[in-house]
Structures are given as C-alpha cells and as structure tokens.
Design a protein around this ligand. Sequence first.
Ligand code: ZN
Length: 71
Amino acid sequence: MADSYPAVSAVYSPFMPVDQELLEILACPACKTRVTLVKDGTALKCQKCSRVYPIKDDIPIMLVDEALVEP
Ligand SMILES: [Zn+2]
C-alpha cells in the first residue's frame, strides 16, 4: 500500500444538459413552438413541425436551415 490516493469528488456527466431556464425561452423559429430536449440532450425537437435542432458545444442551433425534419 502506497500513499493514500486523493479522493476525486468531481463528477461530471458525459454531456452537459442545456439549462432548463434556457429551454423555456427557446422556441422553434419556424412555428414558435416550445422545443424539447431529445437524443440525450444533444438536440432539440419541435413537436409541432418535427424539426430537430442540433446542439453544438452546448449551444442550441436554432436555425431552420440547420434543422433536420424527423418523423
Ligand atoms: Zn416548429
């Protein structure tokens, strides 16, 4: 047994979820509907027009041109 190992207490989740407060102000630019987190927090989906907006570097890309339409 060597020296005691310093306890590592910092626990980071593998992804950083977008702030709930931020989510509440985010709306689909196409139809102004509130979006919801999907894909483990890596994208935002509009339930109304089915557009999925990517989140890159923790920044939601709320652009119609960047959105994918998923069924
Ligand atoms: Zn929409």
